[in-house]
Design a protein around this ligand. Structure first.
Ligand code: ATP
Ligand code: MG
Ligand code: MG
Ligand code: MG
Length: 569
């Protein structure tokens, strides 16, 4: 590729609307252009990188024995009613009607479609196990699309689904996919961590997320100093998938200050049990475990990652009706101290995911939040279904009792999940087992945020001058630049030849033949993050060398042709 024939469109301006380095750099480098909230065009440059990620994912999925297919993005309502997710999935589900007034959604995920495929195509245990995958555009109507393609509404996902005759075999494939994900993220050159993500009703260690480690990450992770224990400190992950999706959207702020809290609680009660509260704070439950109210303490915009679940002793028996009662109750509940920061406004936020949370009271005890010094087991009973996700304070004993916990932040780029038989059962998907009996297959699902990875990689790999792509993701591995080609035809000739020879030697190389002055040319090349830069100049030609610089190196080196090819091969 020659840059003169490629559409490179960089910008010197730092885009004001972008908060994250990756978002700024993707805009400056001209990788993406915003069309509307959460909708982006991938420019030719951006697309090259996206395809690189896709390619690594595809190769590793194929090598792991998964088979690729492609499902429709648009899905009929009836399928989603079979699994009861048409309503439950909540506001992230973009619904639309065709000319005959039939309802469809734009797929945010494909459990329903793949299960429909399976119930028609899989008849016998002999066809199992099988893992299908696709790399496809998803749409989720996120409440707050932000950070460019990091949290977009339309984005590219690799989603895979496996079918098994036994739970043991599901466990085996889950491990296989887990290992495959490790290979994918290692090949992409990312620093990542696999963390335990609780699955609520499913329980056990049936779900892991893969996070690219970055201070700007939206998720808080806790990990042990001395063992492999690592978990996402996130309420949402303690809910089953369906509810989890519901919990993440449709946040409705009811009111702000404390005195309004009671009214809001009453309003919530008035709504019956369809609505619960999002985020942190307190949720009562009656003796039967049905929730009475939920309060949320929301500070700034950051709530999701500080959430913990706990059951407060004694609270279940009370139906709280007034603020005084609530406060009295808080006062008599060990560990509940009220807002640590009195200026932190209490807001009540509601969504529709009450069912899954019915048994829990929600609280958080990170320093600065509204619970301080609460210890599981001592002050609050250990909630069974979330035994592995703990209130986490830096320095706490790790739940596996090896080492102490540290916190870090991560960007969720992958998620593996043992679904069990929930979808297959709901959709009456069966296969004949060895004895000829109809049997509901166990399922796993495995997602990777292909487009998010591009942004996550930049968060981890950039400097003041621009992006520093890991080799596997770079738009090109090397660039050949020419100095003063107009004055010196020998430079053009030598650069053209080097460009051809490098490509012939298997080094994916682009030729910068745009005729820019060196300063502007080098600035662009650094901004777009090409790992290896080779400069052809009249002076270099005289001494028989090329000027070479690795993107992350401080200095340039003069290399002869052999040394250059050795360096790049
Ligand atoms: P998040 O917690 O960030 O909202 P999720 O848990 O809702 O993600 P999954 O349902 O697990 O996402 O989907 C699989 C993968 O798709 C995620 O691990 C993530 O990398 C990616 N993904 C999810 N939502 C988005 C989005 N809005 N924009 C870009 N990528 C996304
Ligand atoms: Mg989400
Ligand atoms: Mg998540
Ligand atoms: Mg997830």
């Amino acid at each position: 590729m020659r840059l003169s024939q490629f559409h490179l469109h960089t910008s010197k301006e730092t885009p004001a609307e972008a908060e994250l380095a990756s978002h700024k750099l993707m805009l400056k480098a001209g990788m993406i252009r915003k069309l509307a909230a959460g909708l982006y065009t991938w420019s030719p440059l951006g697309l090259r990188v996206l395809r690189k990620v896709e390619q690594v994912v595809r190769e590793e999925m194929d090598a792991a024995g998964a088979v690729e297919l492609l499902m429709p993005a648009v899905q009929p309502r009836e399928l989603w009613e079979e699994t009861d997710r048409w309503e439950k999935f909540g506001g992230q589900l973009l619904k639309m009607q065709d000319r005959k007034d039939a309802w469809y959604c734009y797929g945010p995920t494909h459990e329903e479609v793949i299960t429909d495929f399976a119930r028609h195509e899989l008849a016998s245990y002999k066809q199992l196990p099988v893992t299908f995958y696709q790399i496809q555009t998803k749409f989720r109507d996120e409440i707050r699309p932000r950070f460019g393609v990091m949290r977009a509404r339309e984005f590219l996902m690799k989603d895979a689904y496996s079918f098994h005759i036994s739970d043991e075999d599901l466990g085996r494939e889950y491990r296989n996919m887990y290992d495959t994900y490790c290979r994918i993220f290692s090949r992409l050159g990312l620093q990542y961590r696999a963390v335990y993500a609780d699955t609520g009703s499913i329980g056990g260690s049936a779900s892991h997320e893969f996070h690219v480690l970055a201070d700007s990450g939206e998720d808080a992770l806790a990990y042990s100093s001395d063992s492999d224990y690592a978990a996402n400190v996130e309420l949402a992950e303690a809910l089953p998938t369906g509810e989890r999706h519901a919990a993440e959207e449709d946040l409705r702020e009811v009111e702000t200050p404390t005195q309004k809290t009671c009214e809001a609680v009453a309003a919530l009660l008035g709504l019956g049990l369809e609505r619960t509260v999002k985020s942190i704070a307190l949720m009562g439950a009656d003796a039967g475990g049905a929730p009475l109210f939920v309060l949320a303490l929301v500070r700034g915009d950051h709530v999701l990652n500080e959430i913990k679940l706990a059951k407060v002793p004694g609270l279940e028996a009370h139906r709280l009706a007034s603020e005084a009662e609530i406060e009295a109750h808080l006062g008599s509940t060990p560990g509940f101290l009220g807002p640590v920061n009195p200026r932190a406004p209490i807001r009540v936020v509601a969504d529709r995911s009450v069912a899954a949370m019915a048994d829990f009271v929600v609280g958080a005890n990170r320093p600065g939040y509204h619970l301080a010094g609460v210890n599981w087991g001592r002050d609050l009973p250990e909630p069974d279904a979330v035994a592995d996700i703990r209130n986490v304070v830096e320095g706490d004993l790790s739940p596996d009792r090896h080492g102490t916990l540290a916190l870090c932040r991560g960007i969720e780029v992958g998620h593996v999940f043992q679904l069990g038989r929930k979808y297959a059962e709901a959709m009456k998907c069966t296969v004949l087992d060895e004895t000829g009996k109809a049997s509901v297959p166990a399922m796993g699902c495995y997602g990777i945020g292909v487009s998010r990875i591009v942004a996550a990689a930049i968060e981890q790999n950039h400097d003041a001058n621009g992006i520093r792509w890991p080799e596997a993701m770079a738009p090109w591995r090397a660039v050949v630049c020419m100095i003063n080609p107009k004055k010196d035809p020998a430079v053009t000739e030598a650069a053209e030849a080097l460009y051809r020879d490098l490509n012939a030697a298997g080094v994916e190389t682009v030729l910068d033949d745009r005729g820019l002055r060196p300063g502007a040319m080098f600035a662009d090349i650094e901004l777009i993050g090409i790992p290896h830069r080779v400069v052809v100049s009249g002076r270099g030609l005289e001494s028989g060398t090329y000027e070479y610089r690795a993107r992350q190196a401080e200095d340039t080196e003069n290399l002869d042709r052999d040394a250059l090819f050795r360096r790049l091969s």
